[in-house]
Structure formats: structure tokens, C-alpha cells
Design a protein around this ligand. Structure first.
Ligand SMILES: NC(=O)c1ccc[n+]([C@@H]2O[C@H](COP(=O)([O-])OP(=O)(O)OC[C@H]3O[C@@H](n4cnc5c(N)ncnc54)[C@H](OP(=O)(O)O)[C@@H]3O)[C@@H](O)[C@H]2O)c1
Length: 297
């Protein structure tokens, strides 16, 4: 079957260029640049890379970012104090707390204290509620990026059976919630699968659109999907690759080579969904800045 390779890297680049124009317009008309505060607590090397990449992406398009690195032993109250300061800071339009936080800190309490108006990750219960109700609010970046890819590749979920693998708060749940509303690029019939299913193939084989977010390398093979399926692979998994200098390679939750002959469209890993996540963080931040700085527009 002929398939479309959904190029998240180039789509994200296009979006960043569009956002760059917008940040410069905001700056020239208001005298202020959008501002994003990033909080990193502890020394998790992966988190350090994520935060640094987000700050770099901000800089490239004219968003002022500040990274606050706090030691692992920082108390919950100290973190809350910082969040409250950023909530009141007129130069900050988005606040991102890099997860996971150290185990002595309750991330739910921290995320609840971020002002919903600056919650560019879309994790505050108020934004989660808005998403469920179909009301305006911030939507988590990875699912938002997948809908953006659907729009730009004209893969309309309306009337289709979408199967979402995984029910995490950051991917699976918001993904499913984005797709059943009675509006454009939604209106799908949505099934969520998780480890409670005896055999997820009973569901995945019915999918017109399959979104895999389980964190299990190459779980989805050809016998999991039907002919013509469009696949969005969220998984980022490390597998041994002794031939590589690093000793590992990245792969998705989907066995790309196995499913290819049955797909109508598919995102690769890397260069698929991943780059869209940062692009949507930038988009949410610019949107927030626009609201704060140009409320009449
Ligand atoms: N591309 C990006 O920008 C991006 C962003 C976020 C995450 N990710 C990647 O996406 C993957 C998922 O991330 P996450 O944070 O959503 O993971 P998570 O919090 O670990 O959740 C995984 C979900 O998958 C379900 N699951 C696990 N194994 C399963 C199986 N064999 N069959 C059916 N369901 C299964 C779990 O079910 P239970 O609830 O029953 O345990 C859980 O709901 C990871 O590889 C992560 O690195 C990528």
C-alpha cells in the first residue's frame, strides 16, 4: 500500500517559522517579548536535556526563557513560592515545571498552583476540565501536536474509529479527549486501551487511526492493524545498538518496518511526533503572551 510519511520535523520547523513572525509582531507592537519560565529541580540528565532544548527553541523564535535550576533537596514550599512569584510576574506568560519532580515533592500540588492562564503544559485541573468540556484552555503539547499533524496532512478523524494506546495524563487521556468533540478535526469514535485489556489487538485491528503511547518498544506489529490505518507513534524508547557510538538507538511503540505495507500514513521515530511537542509548547506560550499583552485583539 502507498503510504504517507508524516514528517514531524519539517512540520515543526514550519510552525516555528510561523511563530517567529508572530513573536516579532507582538514584540514590535507591545514592546514586550513572550516569556516562558522553566523550572528544573534536581539532576535528572534527561530532564536537563529537555529543558535546555526547550529554552533553545524559545530563543530561536524570540521568546524570552528563564531556566531556574534548583537542587534536588528543595522543599515543596520553596517550589510553591517560586511558582507564585511567576504567577504574578508580568514578563512571564508561560510556566513549565519539568517532570518528574523529586519523590518528596507532590507534583499534583505543584501543578495545581500554576496559574491556569500561564499553564502552557495544560496539566492544571482547570485546563483538563476545559478540555473534557470542549471549552477553550491550554491543551497538553504532545496530543495537540498530533492534532496539528492531522490538520496539516488532512487526516480528518471525523467519523473514524480512533484507538489510543495508553491512558497517561500527559498523552493518552488528553489525546482521547481532544478527538470526540463535535467540531472540526475531532468528532471521532474513540477507544482507549491499557493494560486492563486481555488482548489489545481486539481493539487495534478496528482502528482507522491508531495512536500509540505506551512506552513499549515496537509493540505494534502488522498483526495489530488493519489495511489503510493511519498511525501516530508517540513512543520514545531506547534499544541496544552496539554498532552505534552511543550504544543505543531510539524506536517507537510501533514496529515501523512491520506495519508499513498496511499503513496509509505513519509518523517515524524519531522525527515524527517528538518535534511537534516542543513546537506546541512554543505555540501555547505565544498564545498566552498574545492574551496578556494584546487582550483587545
Ligand atoms: N514524542 C513525545 O513528545 C513524547 C511525549 C510524552 C511521552 N512520550 C513517550 O510516549 C510513551 C508513553 O509515554 P507516557 O508518559 O504516556 O507513558 P506512561 O505514563 O508510562 O503510560 C503508559 C500507558 O501505556 C499503557 N501500557 C503500557 N504497556 C501496555 C501494553 N502492553 N498494552 C496496553 N497498554 C499498555 C499503560 O497502561 P496502564 O495505565 O494500565 O498502566 C499506561 O496507560 C513513552 O515512550 C514516552 O517516552 C513521547
Amino acid at each position: 500500500m502507498h503510504y504517507t510519511l508524516i514528517d514531524g520535523l519539517s512540520t515543526a520547523k514550519t510552525i516555528r517559522e510561523e511563530l517567529s513572525i508572530e513573536t516579532h509582531t507582538i514584540h514590535s507592537s507591545t514592546g514586550h517579548a513572550p516569556g516562558l519560565a522553566l523550572l528544573l529541580v534536581g539532576n535528572n540528565p534527561a530532564s536537563e536535556i529537555y529543558v535546555t532544548n526547550k529554552a533553545k527553541a524559545c530563543q530561536e523564535i524570540g521568546i524570552n526563557s528563564v531556566i531556574l535550576r534548583l537542587p534536588a533537596e528543595t522543599t515543596q514550599d520553596q517550589i510553591l513560592l517560586q511558582i507564585h512569584q511567576w504567577n504574578e510576574d508580568p514578563t512571564i506568560h508561560g510556566i513549565l515545571v519539568q517532570l518528574p519532580l523529586p519523590s518528596h515533592v507532590d507534583s499534583t500540588v505543584i501543578l495545581e498552583q500554576i496559574s491556569p492562564a500561564k499553564d502552557v503544559d495544560g496539566f492544571h485541573p482547570s485546563n483538563v476540565g476545559n478540555l473534557v468540556l470542549g471549552l477553550p484552555g491550554f491543551v497538553p503539547c504532545t496530543p495537540l501536536g498530533i492534532v496539528e499533524l492531522m490538520k496539516r496532512y488532512q487526516i480528518d478523524p471525523s467519523g473514524k474509529h480512533v484507538v489510543v494506546l495508553g491512558r497517561s495524563n500527559i498523552v493518552g487521556k488528553p489525546m482521547a479527549n481532544l478527538l470526540y468533540h463535535k467540531r472540526a478535526y475531532s468528532n471521532a469514535i474513540v477507544t482507549i486501551c491499557h493494560t486492563g485489556a486481555n488482548d489489545i489487538r481486539d481493539y487495534t485491528r478496528q482502528a482507522d487511526i491508531l495512536i500509540a503511547a505506551v512506552g513499549v518498544s515496537k509493540l505494534v506489529t502488522a498483526d495489530y492493524v488493519k489495511e489503510g490505518v493511519a498511525i501516530f507513534d508517540v513512543g520514545i524508547n531506547r534499544i541496544d545498538a552496539p554498532e552505534k557510538k552511543s550504544g543505543y538507538a531510539l524506536c517507537g511503540d510501533v514496529d515501523f518496518d512491520s506495519v508499513l505495507s498496511k499503513c496509509s500514513a505513519i509518523t517515524p521515530v524519531p522525527k515524527g511526533v517528538g518535534p511537534m511537542t516542543i513546537a506546541m509548547l512554543l505555540s501555547n506560550t505565544v498564545r498566552s503572551a498574545r492574551k496578556f499583552l494584546t487582550p483587545s485583539i
